[in-house]
Design a protein around this ligand. Sequence first.
Ligand code: MN
Length: 271
Amino acid sequence: MPLDKYRAKRDFSKTPEPRGDASRERRKAAPRFFCVQKHLASHLHYDFRLEHEGVLLSWAVPKGPSLDPSVKRLAMHVEDHPIEYGTFEGVIPEGYGAGIVMLWDRGTWEAEVEDVPAALARGDLKIRLDGFKLKGSWALVRTKGGDGRSWLLIKHRDAWSGELDIAEFAPLSVKGGGDFADILAEGNPDIWRSNRPARGGQAGALLEQIITRALAMKGEADVGRGKAGSAKAGGGKAKRAGAAGAKPARGNAKSAKSTPARKPAARAKRR
Ligand code: MN
């Protein structure tokens, strides 16, 4: 069974992740689904998933996809995931992958080769993505040596390639528009709170670290937004401004700090 490994690692009475029972045979002929889930677990990484033969082929990409064709991103081939996993966004309270999952990109993909199973076996799959953030031609190439799990995710040069750091430029969810802290606050925060106290297990402690990190990342992003806001106006700003609006107190504190610094200088000049 293709999902045996996926299921063996999880206790579905304790995780909100789907078990993957749905039959998906009919989807084979339709445009196939792809997604990238930004996963704040013990290490931040991006899970790149392609629908193929009723499951999601999956690669964990530590640094995330790059639009720059000269940048090859390591992609560790991991176990197939159920199709339903592709739209999952939320908190994995404990066990394998404990942390926060954000649906970072989604869309459809098509092969740029005739025979996908043969390309996978060969370790050289050329694909075309049509997502919100990732588009155009890409390659997944297995590296020589090692245990055969290491692949590289590479953007081909086309209209959708460039030097833009897409992970930094578009860091938020394509599902709810939020960041990790928003995903924690949304949905059902009890999912993680109920697992925190008195458990003493490593998973609980790890999740607590991850939650702390999610909140710290939000703080860093807000500071970044504050700087960018005064430097220039740009297309990416409008989307981010919405997220920044959730924390008006911080924004005000920042402008309050910078205003008095400028005023004395102006007065000094007048005198
Ligand atoms: Mn993951």
